[in-house]
Design a protein around this ligand. Structure first.
Ligand code: ZN
Length: 310
């Protein structure tokens, strides 16, 4: 395999303010959320999943979704992404100024039932109404397939099944499709197979990956996906995140770790690594626990060299 297949530039989609904060039991005050999001944008992250328009009873941490969006929406040059559970959430997100509304659909019937109490068919018709509403407002509607690379209930998820789901949702109006390894159950060989299957169903440029580093394979899986031409990844600053549905989930790949890997390999991201790390460090202090990001803890190669030069 030739390394020349690697993308020249990778699009980093920051999901920490949503995927990360929603896992925190301590309520992050709205102005703190806004401050973090502003700092991430200032660090060069131009696609940010800022919040979720889920019912506050389900996820109290996201009760301030509209306030958060109102505070950030006028900042230019950033694509504001909002997670939405249904048409009502999509309408709120669109009114609040989101550029993209994302629906999570779990790739297995058992997990989709556990997550949202719907069959995949029901989720598909829900998505169709969201996509229709979003199109009227010139907002993108996207879908991310949870547990698509491994399900804690059903186990292996056939790659052909994921590919046909992707094809189906693109036909329903998804402008981009994400596939998620929500529990960190995949491996690089499997990722390559899955990406190949999905890309042959929907083409190149509309696929992103959402990887969790639960078993330490997050970056290996990202590299495997890049070798298949994937150039967009969800990441969370500090390696925050998880899923509130079942035990056994842990953080997303850390933004600074993916950015570091890309830069070391000569792949552009447009992201200022030092600034992202500073955001992660301040949230780490605030939360009072060590976050899983590698680069946050260890620093960069250049820093190590400088340290040993003196
Ligand atoms: Zn996640």
């Amino acid at each position: 395999m030739s390394l020349s297949k690697l993308p020249r530039r990778v699009r980093v989609i920051e999901v920490g303010p949503r995927d990360g904060f929603q896992m925190e039991s301590r309520f992050v005050p709205t102005d703190r959320k806004v401050e973090v999001i502003e700092q991430l944008a200032a660090a060069g992250l131009v696609a940010i999943e800022a919040t979720s328009f889920v019912h506050p009873r389900v996820i109290p941490q996201m009760a301030d979704a509209a306030e958060v969006m109102a505070a950030i929406r006028d900042r230019q040059g950033v694509r504001w992404i909002a997670l939405v559970p249904n048409l009502k959430g999509a309408e709120r997100a669109i009114a609040a100024g989101a550029h993209e509304v994302r629906l999570v659909v779990c790739a297995t019937e058992a997990y989709n039932q556990r997550n949202v109490g719907l069959t995949i068919d029901e989720s598909a018709s829900r998505f169709a109404t969201i996509a229709e509403r979003a199109a009227v407002a010139s907002v993108s509607a996207t879908v991310v397939f949870g547990v698509a690379l491994g399900c804690p209930i059903e186990g292996d998820v056939p790659v052909d099944h994921v590919a046909s789901l992707a094809e189906r949702f693109v036909a329903l109006g998804a402008s981009e499709v994400g596939i998620a390894d929500s529990y960190g159950l995949s491996n690089p060989v499997h990722v390559r197979e899955a990406v190949r299957a999905v890309r042959s169903a929907i083409g190149d440029r509309i696929l992103w990956l959402h990887l969790h580093d639960t078993r330490g394979l997050g970056l290996a899986n990202a590299l495997a996906a890049m070798q298949e031409g994937v150039d967009a990844f969800d990441t969370a600053f500090g390696g925050l995140g998880g899923t509130p549905i079942m035990k056994g989930a842990s953080g997303n790949i850390a933004t600074e770790d993916l950015v570091y890997m890309c830069h070391e390999m000569g792949i552009e991201t447009g992201v200022d690594l030092a600034r992202v790390r500073a955001v992660s460090a301040s949230i780490q202090d605030w939360l009072g626990r060590t976050l899983p990001s590698h680069v946050l803890g260890a620093g960069t190669r250049d820093e190590l060299m400088a340290l040993n030069r003196d």
